[in-house]
Design a protein around this ligand. Structure first.
Ligand code: ATP
Ligand code: MG
Length: 369
C-alpha cells in the first residue's frame, strides 16, 4: 500500500482503575493494525467516570460527549471504584455511563460469549462438553423497557402499605430497530436468530413477538425462532451451542441473559461488547465499544489486567462500527495465536501456560504483523 487510504477518528475514554491500562494496550494494537491495513486512526483521549469527577466535578463532561459524538467510534475502558462508592447519585462515575449511552443514542448492545478452545480448561464454569465450542451473541435492547418505562416510583396503597412499581413499555418502532440490528448481526454469523420474550404473560412481549415476526420477512435468509425467557435461561446452561447462535431480547432479559452467557466462558477479562446506535448496515456513527468487565480497582496499577477484552472490543469496533472486517480479523487471529502460544495474564493462567503481560503484548504485536 502507498500510505494510509482511510482515516477514522476514535475517541478513547480510559476511565478508572484498570481502564487506562487496557485502553493503552488496545490503542497500540489499533495503531499497528491500522498501519498494516492502510488505515489511519486519529485518537482523542477524554476524561470520563471517577477521573472526570475528580478533574472537573461531573462524570461526563460536555467536552467528552461532544468529542464522542464527533468521532467515528468510541472505545471505553472501565469506570467506577471504591473511592466514589458513597457519592450522591448524580456524582457517581456510573451515571456517566448512562449519560453517554443516552447522548450517543445507542439502543443495541451486542455481547458475544465465545469459548475459545485455548482457554477452555481454565476458564469455563460449565462442564467441558457443554462449554466447548460455545459461540453465542446476545443482542440486548438498551434504551427501553422496564428500566425506563413510566409510571414508576413509590406510593402508599389504600392499606397504608408502601408500594414500589415499574412499567414495561415498548413501542413498535423500538422493537423494529433492535430486530433489524439483530437480523443483520445473525446474518454476519450463522444466520440463526432466537427472539426471547415472555409473550405468554406480558403485553409488551406479545407486541415484541409480533413485530420481530413481521421484520423477519425482510430477512428470508435468517432462520427465526422464539423462546420464553425462562426456557432460554435453562437452555443456556444446558445446551448452549446446539440451541443458540444469535439471541435478541429486551432490556431486562438481556441484562440477565448476557451475564449468564458470559459466565459460560468463565473469564470476564476476555469478553468484549458493542453498543450500536443504528442499523449495522448503515454508515451512521455514534458507536460505543467496551470490555464487559469493570474497573477492577483491586488489581489496578499492578500490570495484572487482561487487555484482551478491550482488544477484542477494538476488533468489534472495526467489524461492526467501521465495516473494516479484514482489520478486525487480523486482531482476532493475533489474539488466538498469542493464546495458542500459551501466553496469558494471571486471570486465565493454568499449568503449562505463561503468565506475563509484557510477553503477551510483544506476542500480539508479532502476530499482528
Ligand atoms: P463493575 O461494577 O464496574 O462492573 P465489578 O465489581 O462488577 O465492577 P469487575 O471490576 O468487572 O467487577 O471485576 C471483578 C473482578 O474480576 C475484579 O476485582 C478483578 O479481580 C477481576 N477482573 C475484572 N476484569 C479483569 C481483567 N481485565 N483482567 C483481570 N482480572 C479482571
Ligand atoms: Mg459488574
Amino acid at each position: 500500500a502507498n500510505g494510509p487510504q482511510k482515516r477514522y477518528s476514535i475517541t478513547l475514554l480510559p476511565g478508572d482503575g484498570i481502564g487506562p491500562e487496557v485502553i493503552s494496550v488496545a490503542k497500540d494494537v489499533l495503531k499497528l493494525t491500522g498501519s498494516l491495513e492502510g488505515i489511519e486512526f486519529n485518537f482523542q483521549e477524554m476524561p470520563m467516570g471517577g477521573s472526570a469527577l475528580d478533574l472537573v466535578g461531573v462524570p461526563l463532561p460536555d467536552e467528552t460527549l461532544a468529542a464522542a459524538k464527533n468521532s467515528d467510534a468510541v472505545l471505553l475502558g472501565a469506570i467506577g471504584g471504591y473511592k466514589w462508592d458513597n457519592n450522591a447519585k448524580h456524582l457517581k462515575p456510573e451515571t456517566g455511563l448512562l449519560q453517554i449511552r443516552e447522548g450517543l443514542k445507542v439502543f443495541a448492545n451486542l455481547r458475544p460469549a465465545t469459548v475459545l478452545p485455548q482457554v477452555l480448561v481454565e476458564a469455563s464454569t460449565l462442564k467441558r462438553e457443554v462449554a466447548e465450542g460455545v459461540d453465542v451473541m446476545v443482542v440486548r435492547e438498551l434504551t427501553g423497557g422496564i428500566y425506563f418505562g413510566k409510571p414508576r416510583g413509590f406510593r402508599t396503597d389504600e392499606n397504608g402499605e408502601e408500594v414500589g412499581f415499574n412499567t414495561e413499555v415498548y413501542a413498535a418502532y423500538e422493537i423494529d430497530r433492535i430486530a433489524r440490528v439483530a437480523f443483520e448481526t445473525a446474518r454476519k454469523r450463522q444466520g440463526r436468530l432466537c427472539s426471547v420474550d415472555k409473550a405468554n404473560v406480558l403485553e409488551a412481549s406479545m407486541l415484541w413477538r409480533r413485530r420481530v415476526t413481521a421484520i423477519a420477512e425482510e430477512y428470508p435468509d435468517v432462520e427465526l425462532s422464539h423462546m420464553y425467557v425462562d426456557n432460554a435461561a435453562m437452555q443456556l446452561v444446558r445446551n448452549p451451542k446446539q440451541v443458540f447462535d444469535t439471541i435478541v431480547t429486551n432490556n431486562i432479559f438481556g441484562d440477565i441473559l448476557s451475564d449468564e452467557a458470559s459466565m459460560i466462558t468463565g473469564s470476564i477479562g476476555m469478553l468484549p461488547s458493542a453498543s450500536l446506535g443504528s442499523s449495522v448496515l448503515t454508515k451512521s456513527r455514534f458507536r460505543l465499544f467496551e470490555p464487559i468487565h469493570g474497573s477492577a480497582p483491586d488489581i489496578a496499577g499492578q500490570d495484572k489486567a487482561n487487555p484482551l477484552a478491550t482488544i477484542l472490543s477494538a476488533a468489534m469496533l472495526l467489524k461492526y462500527g467501521l465495516e473494516e472486517e479484514d482489520a478486525a480479523r487480523r486482531i482476532e487471529n493475533a489474539v488466538l495465536d498469542t493464546l495458542n502460544k500459551g501466553l496469558r495474564t494471571g486471570d486465565i493462567y493454568s499449568t503449562g501456560t505463561v503468565s506475563d503481560l509484557f510477553m503477551l503484548k510483544a506476542s500480539l504485536a508479532c502476530f499482528l504483523a
